[in-house]
Design a protein around this ligand. Structure first.
Ligand code: PLP
Length: 427
């Protein structure tokens, strides 16, 4: 395999799940629900559990080694999204991160302030904000085009006003897939004097994330959908810190008083993370860095400095690989009359994440998912907590859609198996 071309077999060799026959036989296409994890991550998890599973921040060597793993991982995760170390918090998941953020911002908003939410998002980026209406904050909905499922920028323009404080939107929806133009929206939102919050959960598994270039004030992603453990990462840019109210508890008032001052390097990690999160999972994120660095060394001769730069180079290859799989898949979808794709059939991953939702003529999506499971194809059906999006498009959320989603370890052969299995199921 030539350098600079995605070597999917080498990539698959990093995942223990493909070591046994059963793992290899299962065509896994529910990556938008959560991806497999590489062996480097499991090694770090094992290492932490065996050698350093004691309370961190102690004076003894095992505790100090564990603390170092936790702090190293946090620094690397900040680097991953091109943020400063004190601008990220690693929390339980995106839902929890956003809920805590909404509580922390609640008293910064006053009655009459406006928050724009979409109906394209997963509910975790809608409900916490809608609930603030109980405090007199006005919630305004940026609605999708019901035919295409797309968010239209001209529609947002009409919703922004002097009262707008926050706009919440997805980078790409877990149903529609289209990549929304965040830099353009950030310009509009900032001109209106408001903050932009972007849910990057569906986008981040397929692209490098550079929060500074994007211009979002808050950016969230779920690490368990980007080859990591069940955790969520949230970036909050520094200017916002002084607006946040501490959500932590008063265990040690003097210490917390010091830490929770905006400007303290630990401010976000304390203020937005009561009780902290599972130490071993945070430590295991060092393995995520090792995984991507292993891929980088395999695919490139040069040695770029900085984890974010190396990821950016890798993602050029990943996009090319995923785009070729998307083209193969869309060729099939275009000639299968029973599959009704929701959203666009764009195959360039730059413009559309490889997460596709379908209605199937004459079939309940759940029945198709079950038939495919019997043929060793793992996909899922449902509303995926984006029920407002489905409803707006005239789809019954209780019935839902069939969803098929790729990751960079999927192969062309797996797409062919999916097409054959669908032909058998639907005929
Ligand atoms: C687009 C999107 N946003 C947010 C979430 C919620 O993430 P979490 O499970 O980390 O709370 C999901 C989960 O499926 C999602 O797909």
């Amino acid at each position: 395999m030539a350098k600079n071309e995605w070597d999917v077999e080498f990539v698959r060799n990093q995942f223990p799940t493909f070591e046994d026959e059963q793992g290899r036989a299962l065509v896994f296409l529910e990556n938008a629900g959560g991806t497999y994890v590489p062996k480097q991550l499991i090694d770090h998890l094992d290492n932490f559990m065996i050698k350093t599973k004691v309370q961190p921040y102690g004076p003894y060597s095992s505790s100090q080694a564990g603390t170092k793993m936790i702090l190293d991982a946090t620094i690397k995760m900040a680097e991953m999204v091109n943020a400063e170390e004190d601008e990220i918090v690693i929390g339980h998941c995106t839902t929890m991160n956003l809920y805590l953020l909404s509580m922390a911002l609640r008293n910064d908003f006053k009655a009459g302030d406006e928050i724009v939410v979409t109906n394209q998002d997963h509910e975790s980026n809608i409900s916490p904000w809608r609930r603030l209406s109980e405090f007199g904050i006005k919630i305004i909905e940026w609605e999708i085009d019901p035919q295409t499922g797309q968010l239209v920028l001209e529609d947002l323009e009409k919703l922004l006003s002097k009262q707008t404080r926050l706009v919440c939107m997805p980078h790409s929806s877990n149903i529609i897939g289209t990549v929304n133009d965040i830099s353009v929206v950030a310009g509009m939102v900032h001109t209106a004097g408001a903050w932009l919050l972007v849910d990057g959960v569906s986008y981040a598994p397929h692209h490098e994330v550079d929060v500074k270039t994007l211009g979002a004030d808050i950016y969230v992603l779920s690490l368990y959908k980007t080859f990591g453990p069940h955790l969520g990462l949230m970036y909050v840019q520094k200017d916002l810190h002084s607006h946040l109210e501490n959500q932590s508890l008063e265990f040690m008032p003097e210490l917390y008083e010091r830490y929770r001052q905006p400007g303290s390097p630990n401010f976000l990690r304390i203020a937005l993370n009561p009780g902290l999160v599972n130490h071993e999972e945070v430590a295991s994120l060092n393995g995520l860095v090792d995984y991507f660095d292993t891929l980088y060394r395999w695919h490139f001769d040069q040695d770029e400095e900085g984890f974010h730069q190396r990821l950016t180079s890798l993602h050029k290859l990943i996009r090319k690989h995923e785009t070729s799989l998307a083209s193969l898949w869309m060729d099939y979808v275009g000639q299968q009359p029973l599959l009704k794709l929701i959203g666009s059939s764009e195959t360039d991953i730059h413009y559309r994440s490889p997460t596709w939702s379908f209605r199937i003529k004459k079939w309940h999506p759940r029945d198709v998912a079950e038939k495919l499971a019997a043929l060793n194809i793992a996909v899922q059906s449902g509303s995926f907590y984006a029920w407002r999006c489905l409803k707006a498009m005239g789809i019954n959320p209780n019935e839902g859609v069939l969803r098929i989603s790729l990751a960079h370890f999927n192969t062309a052969n797996e797409i062919r198996k999916l097409c054959t299995a669908l032909d058998r199921t639907l005929s």
